[in-house]
Write a new protein. Structure first.
Length: 147
């Protein structure tokens, strides 16, 4: 359960596609009150939405997988318009569940066998583009875990 929560929290804070857009087929009004004309492209920042205090709380900038776990130990479900890494509503990603399974399988296989540490002194910074990536890479030291 904790691994699943950690994967969701990672995807919340570091979405693979930090910027997304939708087309307004018809004129509409956003929840903010802004009017959108028909055939208008609306861009939104998935990265910024994941850091909104009003949505995620005062600790919105912190990596805290526990936010995804209920008091009974299950996974807390959030509305798809709140966690938009996989889009939401009728156009949400068809591969969401498969990708979550793959991420957990890879994480369990790698982290169960190896210890991974960021090279000391490296300052991580992200490059903003259509795909979120490390501006100068992420040098790490990898060592095999002892049995």
């Amino acid at each position: 359960m904790y691994l699943h929560a950690a994967v969701l929290e990672t995807l919340r804070l570091y979405p693979p596609s930090p910027i997304n857009h939708k087309w307004a087929k018809e004129a509409d009004t956003l929840p903010s009150g802004h009017r959108v004309r028909a055939n208008t492209r609306v861009f939104f920042s998935v990265y910024s939405m994941a850091r909104m205090e009003g949505t995620w709380g005062k600790d919105c900038e912190e990596f805290r997988p526990e936010r995804w776990i209920t008091e009974k130990g299950g996974i807390r479900l959030v509305p798809s318009h709140q966690f938009v890494t996989f889009n939401g509503g009728p156009r949400s990603c068809l591969g969401k569940e498969v990708s979550l399974i793959q991420l957990k399988m890879v994480a369990a296989a790698v982290l169960g066998r190896y210890k991974i540490q960021v090279v000391e002194g490296h300052s991580a910074s992200f490059a903003v583009s259509t795909v979120l990536h490390m501006e100068h890479g992420l040098p790490v030291m990898i060592s095999r875990r002892s049995a």
